[in-house]
Design a protein around this ligand. Structure first.
Ligand SMILES: [Zn+2]
Length: 228
């Protein structure tokens, strides 16, 4: 890793990535493929079909999501995962509401290829559409059994597997996303290197909506939503 890895940190390159399975458009960090396969094998031994529904996401893709949320084209969710209107909110309130569930472009852990959203294909009825909502992964949710097993597996053998849940607890910033796991040996390095300066440099001159407010509040944003 060198000082020129700012493109990896901010999702503006694909040079660190490989397709997860064959021709799939699902990309992950090349060094995550093997540990992920080990995790899947371990899950399979317990009857779970652990699969990835989202891996790498680019800066451009994340900016489309962000801008659509600001414009209200794409819905923003409240703390319980229900739709929330941003109409009556000021710029800073909008940013905080969006960042509860969506990363700031340039600061998404999905840029790194080390982080992924997972589900249990073995638990899905035919034709089931994955939602990635709290209801799916807690209580009687269909993916709960796999996540309950995963909690104990990661706790029992954390160092060997290397995966952990960066959004496992609600610390007041990003909502707990039980479906999101991260490969710590790489992600920890990227997380350390991602600074307000790197993000600001990437955002400057883009068409990001609410850009001025984001830049003004960047240190606070990084503190609350990026350093998890
Ligand atoms: Zn995620």
């Amino acid at each position: 890793m060198t000082a020129t890895d700012h493109d990896i940190l901010t999702g503006t390159t694909e040079r660190h990535l490989v397709p997860l399975d064959g021709a799939s458009s699902l990309l992950v960090h090349a060094q995550v493929v093997e540990p992920l396969a080990e995790l899947q094998t371990l899950a399979a031994s317990q009857g779970f079909d652990l699969r990835v529904c989202s891996g790498f996401r680019s800066f451009d893709r994340q900016m489309i999501i962000w801008n659509e949320k600001v414009k209200g084209i794409r819905s923003t969710l409240d703390h319980d995962g229900r739709s929330l209107s941003l109409d009556s909110l000021n710029a800073w309130q909008k940013i905080q509401a969006i960042m509860r569930w969506s990363a700031l472009p340039g600061a998404s852990r999905h840029h790194w290829g080390t982080d992924m959203d997972i589900y249990d294909a073995a638990a899905m009825p035919e034709g089931y559409q994955i939602q990635l909502t709290p209801d799916e992964v807690q209580g009687a949710g269909i993916f709960s059994p796999m996540h309950n097993w995963l909690d104990s597996a990661l706790m029992a053998d954390n160092s060997a597997l290397g995966f952990y849940r960066p959004y496992g607890k609600d610390r007041g910033g990003v909502a707990p996303e039980r479906w999101h796991i991260s490969y710590a040996p790489l992600a920890d390095i990227y997380a350390q290197r991602l600074s307000s300066e790197v993000i600001a440099q990437q955002l400057r001159g883009t068409d990001l909506l609410l850009l001025d407010e984001v830049v003004t509040r960047l240190n606070e944003i990084v503190e609350r939503f990026v350093r998890v």
